[in-house]
Design a protein around this ligand. Structure first.
Ligand code: CA
Length: 226
């Protein structure tokens, strides 16, 4: 899968945070938000539907472990990857006990971070095979290519992200608001009519019946081939 999902980075070293964000955006195609202290991180994590949090432990205002325990205490279940300084095994153990899903020791390779983020998200959606097969489509997130019958489609970025997001939730009604929340970063301009344009384009490519519009509720990608 590796869809256009939304990730929160909570990291007070701003340069590192920006580096991680740009790698996750460019390589993994995620929408990424940054919080530079624990308090903001907690607030953002509570108010947005993230698919993953990358959480530093040594943070101003509220330390990472407390952010984690608060989130878990409130039943927030999305995967959390902890970033930790070298030699703080106790923190890692505590983090794992509090419900973090994975950790990386600083300094780390960006490629490893990306791979771990992808694996965590995949696991959280319970689909170990990264290819999404739904409604006669084969969506390959590594190449961002969609195959239908024997035809390969290379989609523009946002259209791809939208399709992937709907495909991950095939058979469910997804509201326009959910789509906007997931596809755009905070500061991106949000025009809900843009979604309709992408939906029309996807219907032209893959067949009008693929995506249903439920008036006033949202969209649904059919589970079986139309
Ligand atoms: Ca720090």
């Amino acid at each position: 899968m590796e869809p256009r999902l939304r990730v929160l980075i909570v990291e007070d070293e701003q340069r590192l945070a920006r580096n991680i964000a740009s790698v996750l955006r460019e390589v993994a195609n995620f929408a990424v938000d940054i919080a530079t202290n624990g308090e903001d991180g907690l607030h953002q994590a509570r108010s947005n539907p993230y698919d993953l949090i990358v959480l530093d432990l040594m943070l101003p205002k509220i330390p990472g472990l407390q952010v984690l325990s608060t989130l878990r205490g409130q039943g927030i279940r999305f995967p959390v990857l902890i970033l930790t300084a070298r030699g703080s095994t106790e923190d890692v153990v505590q983090g794992l006990d509090l419900g973090c899903d994975d950790y990386l020791t600083k300094p780390f390779e960006m490629a490893e971070l990306v791979a771990r983020c992808r694996a965590l998200i995949r696991r959280s959606y319970d689909r170990p095979d990264p290819t999404i097969r739904v409604s006669g489509l084969e969506i390959d997130p590594r190449r961002r290519v969609v195959q239908q019958a024997s035809k390969e489609h290379i989609l523009p970025a946002m259209e791809y992200r939208l399709l992937e997001f709907l495909a991950m939730r095939a058979g469910q009604v997804v509201s326009k608001e959910d789509i906007l929340d997931h596809l755009y970063d905070f500061d991106a301009e949000r025009f809900s009519n843009v979604i309709e344009v992408y939906i029309s384009s996807l219907r032209r490519r893959f067949g009008a019946e693929l995506i249903q519009t439920l008036r006033g509720q949202g969209y649904k990608l059919l589970e079986a081939a139309p």
